[in-house]
Structure formats: structure tokens, C-alpha cells
Design a binder for this molecule. Structure first.
Ligand SMILES: NC(=O)c1ccc[n+]([C@@H]2O[C@H](COP(=O)([O-])OP(=O)(O)OC[C@H]3O[C@@H](n4cnc5c(N)ncnc54)[C@H](O)[C@@H]3O)[C@@H](O)[C@H]2O)c1
Ligand SMILES: O=C(O)C(=O)C[C@@H](O)[C@H](O)[C@H](O)COP(=O)(O)O
Ligand SMILES: [Zn+2]
Length: 368
């Protein structure tokens, strides 16, 4: 088991505990934070598989608990579900000493975290991430949000959890597609700033993408270390935190274009494709060796993730560009992209020329 601490400078520090068998004993760790009651927010799938273990553990630790569920899937990151969750919290009558516990993937974490940020102007919440993606990424760092038809995560708040419990054992029930989706965010961390980690993920650690628990645990710990170091120094994305968005300006545009209701592509799949696009665009602009862009594509493809636009659907370059211009990193209508000088060497590029991105998207197969 590994305990990492996030924060300490700009915001109150909290622990991220990574290990095995954590769910069954979660109550012991959550009880000191919950002076009153807890409400577990989960999705219907996760609640059916893991909900009972968490509520039993809370009750055994003397913490009263109730559960609210939302439908599984990206479509639950919506105004409608946010309103429903807030209304249920009011009906249950939580007060400011009570705690929301998010049990699920990034959808549940983002939605429950935002509800906790808004409820009575902010109450505590704990993340119990049950997808690989949520363990390596979304449960850490305090970004919470819902989607709108105009784009991903455009309505949200920074609200840090009080505790994160990442139990590797719960990943055993995760469908392969979701394991691969989480693996994309793991690979992203290597691509941003740790070439040796990327090499390990592509070689000895590759079993993680197929569910090997030892490789998964190491991948989760290293990912949380990387993410924690970044968000601890730049909570609200004034600078360096934007690096964690590698692959996301392209990826979020693809997700929005495909529609959040259908969510044909899982978030991590869109990020994998987005990382390939970011590296190929970097190579096209002479910023990054072609060989690195090719290697990124090969490693991502070997993990069973998409690398080309036509694997995701058919796209129009102008529609994708319009969505990219609405990204939260854009400044005065000018594009900000996370580009790379090589594997492990991502950087923030502001004022990127939209016409060159448009030409690139057309070269990549989007309609002009
Ligand atoms: N806040 C952040 O920093 C951050 C970071 C990355 C991604 N995100 C967001 O996270 C979301 C994606 O999260 P996700 O990939 O976890 O998707 P998800 O929450 O939709 O979970 C994927 C699917 O797996 C199921 N599932 C979850 N845990 C399971 C388990 N242990 N066993 C069986 N089934 C299980 C869920 O019911 C769901 O159907 C996106 O909305 C993305 O924008 C946020
Ligand atoms: O934590 C961050 O910062 C990230 O960018 C992590 C991303 O993987 C994640 O998908 C995040 O939700 C994207 O944030 P957004 O600000 O682009 O909506
Ligand atoms: Zn992401």
C-alpha cells in the first residue's frame, strides 16, 4: 500500500491511498472525516457491484449512510443529473458536517464532486474511484464538472476531495474497454514528463492494460505522483497544470462532436487519439522528431486504443476547430495546445495558428 499526499501549498493537503482490499475497510478511513452522515453517490452499475461493500464498511465504522445512484455513462454529467443529485441531498437533509462519498468512475467523481462543491456552498467529499481512469487521474486534483452540448466540462468548479481511496482490487470487475481507456491517461502521464515511465508502460508494464494487478498498482502510483506534483503547485491551471491536458483539446472536440449521449468513444480513447494527433502535429511543425510521433502511435495502437480520426468516425475540420476554440485553455479566441518536443517533453503552446491546425486535420482525414 502507498500513501501519497496532494496539496500543501495552495490548498489543504489530502491523502491518496493506493492498495488492495481498501474498499472493505474504507469506513475506518472515512469515519474520522464524517462527523455526521455520509451519502454515497454512485452509478447504477457500480452500486450494484461494489455499493454494498462500501456501505457495510461505513456502517461497521459507525457512520450512517444512504446511497444516490445515477445512470452509468457520460450522459450523467448533465445539468439534469446534477439537479437530481442536489435535490436528493436536500431531501435527505445533509448538513455542512456531512460528507459525500463518490463511488465510481470519472463520471460519478466529476458529478458528485460538483454537487459537493455547490451544496450549501461546499461540503466535504471523498473519492473512492472504481475505474483505472478515475484512480490515475480524475479522483486527484479537484477538477469537477458537467458537460454541455457546447463542449466537455464547461460548467464546473475546483473542489478538492478530503481523501482518495484507490483500491486496485475493484479494477478486476472493470470491462476491458474501460481498462484500456484508463491506460490512455496513464500513457499520457509518461508522454508529458517521464520517458522512462513510458518505456516501462510500453514494455515490462504493458500487462497493466490487460489487468495485471502488480503492473496496475505501479502505474496508478506513478500516475498519482506525477499528477500530484503538478496540481500541488498549480491547483487552478494558471500555468503548468495545462500539461495534464495533453491530447485533450483534440480529444474533447472529438467527444463533443460524437455526442455525450451516445459517447461512442470512452474519454480515454479520445485522449489516446488526441495524444497521437498532438504528437503528429508537433512533428509536422518541426517541433518533435517524426520517430517519436511514430512510436507514440505504435504504443497506443498496441494497447488497443485508437490512433486515427477515421477509427472514431467522420469529422469536419471546421466543426472540430470551432469546438477546439471553445476549449477552456483558449485565450481571446486563439488556440492553446499541449505539444511536445519529444516523448516526456510536453509544453504549453499558446496562440497556435488555426489555419495550420485546420490543414493538419484535413491531412488527417477530416473533411475540409
Ligand atoms: N476531473 C478530472 O480531473 C478528470 C480527469 C480525467 C477524466 N475525467 C472525466 O472522467 C470521465 C470518464 O471517467 P471513466 O472513464 O471512469 O468513465 P465512467 O465513470 O463512465 O465509467 C466507465 C464505465 O465503467 C463502469 N464501471 C466503473 N467502475 C467499474 C468497476 N469497478 N467494475 C465494473 N464497471 C465499472 C461504469 O458504470 C461505466 O459504465 C469523463 O467524463 C472525463 O471527462 C475527469
Ligand atoms: O486534471 C487536469 O488538469 C486534467 O487536465 C486531467 C484530464 O485528464 C481531465 O480529462 C480533465 O477533466 C480535463 O480538464 P479540462 O479542464 O480540459 O476540462
Ligand atoms: Zn482526461
Amino acid at each position: 500500500m502507498t500513501t501519497l499526499t496532494v496539496g500543501g501549498q495552495g490548498f489543504r493537503p489530502y491523502d491518496v491511498v493506493v492498495g488492495r482490499g481498501l474498499l472493505a475497510r474504507a469506513g475506518e478511513r472515512i469515519a474520522p472525516l464524517a462527523k455526521g452522515r455520509t451519502v454515497i453517490v454512485s452509478d447504477e452499475t457500480v452500486a450494484a457491484i461494489h455499493g454494498q461493500a462500501l456501505s457495510a464498511s461505513l456502517e461497521a465504522a459507525g457512520v450512517r449512510t444512504q446511497t444516490i445512484t445515477v445512470p452509468a455513462g457520460e450522459a450523467s454529467k448533465s445539468f439534469a443529473q446534477l439537479e437530481r443529485v442536489l435535490d436528493r441531498l436536500l431531501e435527505i437533509g445533509l448538513d455542512r458536517k456531512d460528507v459525500v462519498v463518490a463511488l465510481g468512475g470519472g463520471v460519478v467523481g466529476d458529478l458528485a464532486g460538483l454537487a459537493a462543491a455547490l451544496y450549501m456552498r461546499g461540503i466535504d467529499f471523498v473519492q473512492v474511484p472504481t475505474t483505472l481512469l478515475a484512480q490515475v487521474d480524475s479522483s486527484v486534483g479537484g477538477k469537477t464538472a458537467i458537460d454541455t452540448p457546447r463542449g466537455k466540462n464547461l460548467v464546473g468548479a475546483f473542489h478538492q476531495p478530503r481523501l482518495v481511496l484507490a483500491d486496485i482490487d475493484v479494477l478486476a470487475t472493470l470491462p476491458d474497454k474501460q481498462l484500456r481507456s484508463g491506460w490512455a491517461e496513464v500513457l499520457k502521464h509518461g508522454l508529458i514528463c517521464d520517458a522512462a515511465f513510458f518505456d516501462w508502460l510500453a514494455g515490462d508494464g504493458a500487462g497493466g492494460a490487460c489487468g495485471d494487478p502488480a503492473a496496475l498498482e505501479r502505474a496508478v502510483v506513478r500516475s498519482v505522483e506525477i499528477k500530484s506534483a503538478v496540481v500541488s503547485e498549480d491547483e487552478k491551471e494558471a500555468g503548468r497544470r495545462a500539461l495534464l491536458n495533453l491530447g485533450h483539446t483534440f480529444g474533447h472536440a472529438v467527444e463533443a462532436e460524437l455526442g455525450f449521449e451516445k459517447a461512442a468513444l470512452a474519454h480515454g480513447e479520445a485522449v489516446a487519439l488526441g495524444c497521437c494527433l498532438a504528437f503528429r502535429y508537433s512533428a509536422r511543425e518541426g517541433l518533435c522528431p517524426e520517430a517519436d510521433a511514430r512510436r507514440v502511435e505504435a504504443v497506443i495502437a498496441a494497447a488497443g486504443l485508437p490512433t486515427r480520426l477515421d477509427q472514431a468516425g467522420t469529422f469536419d475540420a471546421d466543426r472540430l476547430l470551432a469546438l477546439m476554440a471553445g476549449d477552456k485553455k483558449a485565450e481571446g479566441g486563439a488556440l492553446t495546445l499541449i505539444l511536445a518536443r519529444g516523448i516526456g517533453q510536453a509544453f504549453v503552446a499558446k496562440g497556435v495558428d488555426a489555419s495550420s491546425v485546420r490543414a493538419f486535420l484535413i491531412e488527417e482525414g477530416a473533411a475540409g
